[in-house]
Design a protein around this ligand. Structure first.
Ligand code: ADP
Length: 473
């Protein structure tokens, strides 16, 4: 009998996605399912299409008691791509317009919402035996504390930090509403500057803590990237390690991508996608390099740097397309830029198919992130033959090698790197990319090389499984 793993995430592609966590929660369990019996559990948000995925009630509805209040709850389930998915439905958690809130602020009762999520996971762990429960980000971090408290559960806990900037910090008063004892309000547990910090539960009580790239695992121990938890993480560093994320090689493949006007297997084949895309967004000049940005319009993604640099980049002989959504002030500034420059096109929305078409059409992907736990976009760009221009930080440093050191025999993906998150340095990198583009032979050789690199989960899923085995020894 293979071991049973419960993979817990607050978002999973294709059911609900706001970012990379959903991609990882889809592709990592799929990779692990070859070795284990993996089940994935998430909230049944209102936006999830129950009919499309055949999601139906699992067991009877009941009331969950948390902090003296009773909440109606119903588990649901479905099987999708060979994996069993469990869904937790309780109105307070699920009946919302967004998953966590707007780009400006999280929902005020997020502590209660994800407290409920965590207590519901506990019911699953009490009901059936799982060898491992793999928790992800602050939304499920409390489960590590609850399992630790429950002597009857022998399940081992592993907690993965996908982005330390999001910690789930709430007023002290929430403790009583989420059914957590006051004795946990100490520095070595949940207390954080007189508030309650959910992610600390995962770090303190999980038996193993991972984050999504080796470089980020080191960076978060520093004042610069530790988001106030560097000391706490240092204390627990004996059980912390960085494991590089992968991408789903089937989902992100230009050879079979149904979102594309024409599939392709080498950089020459991108031309059809590029002209169709430029026509669609009404930009001219198929022979000019196309730079794209795809992602959340957030400080982390280097939006200030991008906005500061775009005037200069737009004066170069190129086209620029931006896709994303985020804080209102970024929308406003980017809109002004796209009005000022004919060669900048801005799309404010979340659109999976459109993003795939952009990867396929583009020559370069702009990724000036101030910090980046792993980043998936640069790996997706490699797969689609688009060369990433990245700040040398976090997972970007682990995945992108300098193109000037290009070695056809290596298995690394190559791109353009810059070291300091300053406009001069970023614009210099874009200029370097333009020079590379003018050397058509080298540009195509590197892009073709990148397309063949393996960024799938094969290597990292093995590292996770070794870790699971170590915990179970
Ligand atoms: P994040 O920090 O947002 O999680 P990642 O690089 O880890 O960033 O993952 C981002 C994922 O979300 C990628 O699959 C990317 O293509 C996708 N994505 C980001 N913004 C958009 C958008 N506006 N429309 C479609 N896909 C998007």
């Amino acid at each position: 009998m293979s071991r049973r793993i419960l993979f817990v995430s607050s978002e999973v592609y294709p059911f609900a996605k706001t970012g990379g966590l959903a991609d990882v929660s889809h592709s990592l369990p799929r990779a692990l399912n070859a070795i284990y019996n993996v089940e994935v559990v998430m909230p049944l948000y209102r936006s999830i299409d129950k009919e499309k995925y055949n999601i139906s009630p699992w067991g009877k509805p009941f009331d969950l008691l948390m902090g003296g209040v009773s909440y109606p709850l119903q588990f649901h389930s479905c099987t999708f791509e060979g994996i069993k998915y469990l869904f937790i439905y309780t109105p307070c958690l699920c009946d919302r317009e967004f998953l966590y809130g707007t780009h400006e602020a999280g929902y005020e009762d997020n502590a209660i919402r994800f407290g409920l999520f965590s207590w519901a996971i506990m019911l699953l762990l009490k009901g059936e035996h799982y060898d491992i429960v793999h928790l992800n980000d602050w939304q499920s971090a409390l489960v590590a504390l609850l399992v630790n408290e429950e002597s009857l559960i022998s399940t081992k806990t592993i907690f993965t930090i996908h982005n330390l900037a999001y910690q789930g910090v709430f007023e002290h008063s929430v403790l009583k509403f989420i059914g957590i004892d006051e004795r946990y309000f100490t520095m070595d547990a949940l207390e954080f500057y007189n508030k309650v910090n959910f992610i600390k539960a995962g770090i303190a009580y999980a038996q193993s803590v991972t984050t999504v790239s080796p470089t980020y695992a080191k960076e978060i121990l520093s004042h610069k990237y530790g988001c106030g938890l560097e000391g706490f993480l240092e204390l627990h560093s004996y059980k912390l390690r960085g494991i590089l994320n992968g991408i789903d090689a089937e989902h992100f493949s230009p050879v079979s991508d149904t979102a594309l006007v024409a599939t392709y297997n080498s950089v020459k084949g991108k031309r059809v996608s590029k002209s169709a895309f430029l026509k669609h967004i009404k930009l001219k000049g198929v022979t000019k390099p196309l730079f794209v940005f795809i992602g959340r319009f957030a400080e982390q993604k280097g939006m200030d740097l991008l906005i500061e640099s775009l005037d200069k980049i737009a004066h170069m002989d190129c086209n620029i397309a931006l896709l994303g959504e985020g804080a209102n002030h970024f929308h406003e500034e980017l809109t002004l830029l796209s009005q000022r420059h004919k060669n900048i096109h801005l799309t404010i929305k979340y659109d999976e198919a459109f993003a795939h078409q952009m990867y396929a059409a583009s020559d370069f992907l702009l990724m000036p992130s101030l910090f980046e736990p792993c980043g998936l976009n640069q790996m997706i760009a490699f797969a689609y033959g688009s060369i990433p221009i990245v700040h040398h930080v976090g997972g970007l440093a682990d995945t992108v090698k300098r193109f000037d050191g290009y070695d056809a025999a290596s298995s690394y993906g190559y791109g353009v790197l810059f070291n300091t998150p300053k406009s001069r340095s970023f614009v210099g990198a874009v200029q370097k990319a333009l020079d590379l583009y003018s050397d058509k032979k080298l540009f195509e050789e590197i892009a073709n090389h990148n397309m063949k690199c393996d960024f799938s989960w094969t290597k990292s899923a093995k590292i996770y499984s070794d870790l699971y085995e170590k915990l179970l020894k």
